[in-house]
Design a protein around this ligand. Structure first.
Ligand SMILES: [Zn+2]
Ligand SMILES: [Zn+2]
Length: 917
């Protein structure tokens, strides 16, 4: 649907759609912009719409009151409260309730849930106002430059369901917004302009009025009245008002500062400027002139900021360099203030900087901030800046204080990680440039996963010319959970009633009777009802039998459960026949315990590590379970112990696990978005698994009644599987007991072979190590002494050859190579004309050890001899120096031959080298 044609549709009937009672009351006239053709309403006669005006409020605010960011909120919320609006707390900036968004990008997102690909609205109070922090990263390069772009901003949401109790429609909405500007902020009515526009969302649309004061858009009131599209639509049963206004702008218009950053981050920017010795006050007139011009000219210059700045400098009678020198520090301070506030909110709400998903954006803003601080030589701990934000916003967002230390911890870890990785990243990039090898997509993925080197960095460093188009696709495939990739060898089942799920009605059912509904491909059995749990939510399916046919897999497709049969029983399952199902109880109990244990461990990890810990994914099978959590570093032994201890304390407390169905909005407000550990739930009703007083999650799996039933939770292994994700592998219940028993019997066996007991095994092992060391020392001195004596005997026994050197060869399968290395070294010292060759049996291989004395090596190098003998023994050659070389082969039958013919071997080596040389 074209936005433009929709706009003409509404604009063709302005009285019906845009005209509100306020316009008649106050004398707002509808006018047409001579420049862009848009329609707008204002009291004064105007040639053009406010989009073409400059920000004339800079240096000259149109209000009596001067309101900073927090004060502006206090005044605004007081006004709406007086007018019967409920003021609700902000929602998290990390959008856990929608799978399609990482971050909350607008206030209305708070109240949107996705069901069957369609957006539905859930408005908890009617009407309401929310100071919603929103994160957007698409304008990152404009932050600081334009005076008004942000990566995080506060969108005031004035929201209501027009058709529910307490609701109102456009007349009242515009009347309130006008009154807010006029009576609260003291802006005269003839300063306000309303511009006609439209809004389109997923399956719904409406018309809107944007309101401007002196060129600055302050808010946009959207009236979502229709569903469908432009050609085929109907009026919604519940019409929605979604008025969004930027609090940063409302504060800015009252202060008239050069940029909106001065209004928003006032105290933070001032503290930073003082610390870095930047003089703000004396520059304020120049900054005001500059940003006034910038606001007017910005749109004409698209992305060419340099040209724009050059032209403004000319107008102000300055050189570009001179202007830039004044502006740049302010731009940079603003970027630092913006980025650090974004990090503060995102980390507070549980998102970690990483290389994946939304974490990627956080790492970018964090690294950009650190790079800017370094470039300007501004020495400050980034966590100090986030503390400044918390202090400023404390009265508006008291929850920030709770996570102050978490934010500090994460910022510190990430900053350290950046400085240590920076050097390594440059090294890797440089060596890649030198080697001139171009990395494959798989190489890039490996570098990204293991070293955190982004392809953007390699692009910037000139290692690659472009990012391979399949990079992000491959990367995301790598991170897709197994759940969503369940492949069925049948077409989607349609026209069948949803299966009644007995395991939800009574978890303890292990045997049941049910009527056959259908058999697909002789393989999948569909019943009217079932107690078999199908694979889902990371929980593996039940096994068992139906009428003595083994069930080897159970799947759920839409709302239909498919039982996969091991054999194809011709004619056994006819429609409507009652059949008997039996579920493998041991398996179900094991999986169930593992599932409850997952929830317990998840909270145990969060309590011990920090509020950023969320379930990333989980897998629960009969003998094995794993939980992947979001955490910044690999776990230490101490942390693993603590988590295990906490989890087992929860088991021992024998807490009841309560399962209830809640309305989604009720579940969210009662238990917060923490319930979405396994992702958002696309239904009106949410099944809440509540481990009383410990953990609450939305979950569709099977659970024990009381935590004590789990018996024991044992963590087997933990591993940092990717940037920001740590895997915990564990067992619970009988499996945990079995694991400990098997560890114990292994220990018993070790103790026995040490001739010790389990209690003393540590002590005995220590003793054995010490004894072993002593033996080694003794052996070494024995080898030394013995080889001293043997050296002269070897020299005597050696055979003279016709080429002026002596040779000695020996074979041994008893004494190790240490002895022969010592003997070779010493005997070639005794007789410098000697060539010493020892062939030593080493398991299934024969090692070749060759020494050549000082004189003999002038004729023939040890390395050459080792190589030839190795080849004869079926090896691939040897290596070493002129004096000492080693090699080897596996052909034991050639040993005798090598030793007997040592002289002719040496002669032939000499002959070939003479020929060649
Ligand atoms: Zn216009
Ligand atoms: Zn669960």
């Amino acid at each position: 649907m074209e936005k433009q044609s929709l706009l003409s549709l509404f604009s063709s009937n302005p009285d019906k759609y845009y005209k509100v009672s306020l316009f008649d009351d106050k004398g707002f006239k509808r006018q047409n912009c001579k420049l862009c053709g848009k329609y707008f309403w204002s009291i004064k006669d105007k040639e053009s719409c406010p989009e073409h005006e400059n920000y004339s409020f800079i240096g000259d605010p149109p209000t009596q009151k001067r309101l900073d960011f927090v004060k502006a909120w206090k005044e605004l919320s007081g006004f709406f409260k007086k007018n019967n609006h409920e003021i609700i707390q902000r929602y998290p900036v990390v959008c856990r309730w929608r799978e399609d968004l990482y971050f909350t990008i607008a206030s209305i997102v708070d109240f949107q849930r996705v069901m069957n690909g369609k957006i539905v609205f859930e408005i908890p109070k009617n009407p309401l106002v929310v100071p919603q922090m929103c994160l957007r990263f698409n304008d990152i390069e404009n932050v600081g430059l334009t005076g008004r772009h942000y990566t995080s901003f506060c969108m005031i949401g004035q929201t209501c369901n027009a058709d529910a109790t307490g609701g109102y429609w456009k007349d009242k909405c515009i009347e309130l917004d006008h009154s807010l500007l006029k009576d609260v902020f003291g802006i005269k009515s003839d300063e306000i302009t309303f511009v006609e526009d439209v809004w389109m969302g997923a399956g719904a649309f409406g018309y809107s009025l944007e309101y401007y004061v002196r060129g600055l858009e302050l808010g946009n009131a959207v009236f979502t009245e229709f569903e469908g599209d432009q050609y085929n639509y109907r009026t919604l049963d519940n019409k929605i008002i979604d008025m969004g206004a930027g609090l940063e702008r409302l504060s800015w218009i009252t202060l008239g500062t050069p940029t909106s950053y001065d209004a928003t981050f006032g105290p933070v920017i001032r503290k930073l400027a003082d610390k870095f010795g930047i003089d703000i006050d004396s520059k304020s007139e120049l900054l005001s002139q500059y940003f006034r011009r910038f606001s007017e000219m910005h749109t004409h210059y698209q992305d060419d900021v340099i040209l724009l700045k050059t032209n403004i400098a000319k107008e102000l009678g300055l050189t570009f360099e001179r202007l830039e020198k004044t502006i740049l520090p302010f731009e940079t301070l603003s970027i630092i203030a913006d980025h650090s506030r974004t990090l503060m909110f995102a980390i507070s709400d549980g998102c970690l900087p990483s290389n994946v998903g939304g974490g990627y954006n956080l790492r970018i803003v964090l690294r950009r901030t650190l790079a800017l601080l370094a470039r300007f030589g501004w020495n400050i701990d980034l966590a100090e800046v986030t503390d400044m934000h918390i202090e400023q916003l404390e009265s508006m967002y008291p929850e920030l204080k709770e996570h102050k230390n978490d934010v500090r911890t994460i910022i510190q870890i990430e900053s350290d990680r950046y400085s240590s990785s920076k050097e390594r990243m440059y090294q890797i990039a440089n060596s890649m440039i030198k080697s001139k090898k171009s990395p494959s997509t798989d190489d890039l993925i490996r570098m990204y996963e293991s070293d955190g080197i982004t392809p953007d960095f390699l692009l910037e460093s000139g290692v690659i010319e472009k990012i391979p188009p399949d990079f992000y696709v491959k990367l995301s495939e790598l991170h897709t959970s197994h759940d969503s990739k369940q492949i069925l060898d049948i077409e989607p089942v349609t026209g069948v009633e949803p299966t009644r799920l007995l395991y939800y009605e009574n978890e303890s059912i292990r045997e049941f009777d049910a009527k056959v509904l259908k058999v697909l491909k002789d393989k999948y059995l569909i019943l009217y009802k079932t107690a078999f749990y199908p694979r889902g939510g990371g929980q593996e399916p039940d096994f068992g039998s139906i009428e003595d046919i083994r069930i080897t897999d159970v799947l759920k497709q839409n709302n239909i459960v498919l039982h996969k049969m091991q054999t194809s029983p011709k004619d056994l399952f006819v429609e409507n026949k009652v059949v008997h199902g039996i579920i493998d109880n041991t398996r179900r109990r094991s999986i169930t315990k593992n599932h409850s244990a997952t929830h317990i461990l998840n909270s145990a990890a969060r309590n011990n590590l920090g509020s950023w810990v969320w379930q990333n994914s989980a897998f629960k099978d009969e003998h094995y379970a794993r939980l992947d959590i979001t955490h910044h570093s690999a776990l230490t032994k101490e942390q693993i112990k603590k988590i295990e201890k906490t989890a087992n304390e929860v088991v021992q407390k024998n807490l009841p696990i309560l399962i209830n169905i809640h309305e989604r909005s009720d579940a969210e407000s009662r238990y917060t978005f923490r319930i979405y550990q396994g992702g958002a739930v696309p239904s009106n009703n949410v099944r809440i698994v509540n481990i009383d007083g410990w953990d609450v999650e939305a979950c569709g799996g099977t659970h024990v009644n009381k935590t004590g039933e789990i018996g024991l939770i044992k963590i087997l292994k933990t591993e940092r599987i990717q940037d920001g994700v740590v895997r915990l592998e564990f067992v619970s219940g009988n499996n945990a007991l079995q694991y400990i028993q098997s560890q114990d019997s292994q220990l018993h066996n070790i103790a026995q072979s040490l001739g010790s007991s389990r209690e003393k095994v540590g002590e005995s092992f220590g003793k054995m190590i010490a004894e072993n060391e002593l033996m080694k020392r003794k052996l070494r001195s024995l080898v030394n002494k013995f080889s001293d004596n043997m050296a002269s005997i070897v020299a005597q026994k050696a055979t003279k050859t016709g080429v002026g050197i002596k040779i000695y060869g020996t074979y041994d399968d008893q004494v190790g190579d240490d002895y022969y290395i010592a003997l070779g070294e010493k005997s070639t010292c005794v007789d410098p004309f000697l060539v010493f060759v020892a062939l030593v049996q080493d398991h299934d291989r024969i090692r070749v050890i060759v020494f050549a004395g000082e004189e003999s090596r002038k004729i023939l190098k040890a390395s050459r001899i080792a190589k030839e003998i190795s080849l004869k023994l079926g090896g691939t050659g040897g290596g070493g120096t002129d004096k000492f070389a080693q090699g080897g082969g596996r052909d034991k039958n050639k040993v005798q031959d090598c030793l007997t013919n040592l002289e002719s071997l040496i002669t032939s080596i000499l002959e070939t080298s003479e020929k060649n040389g």
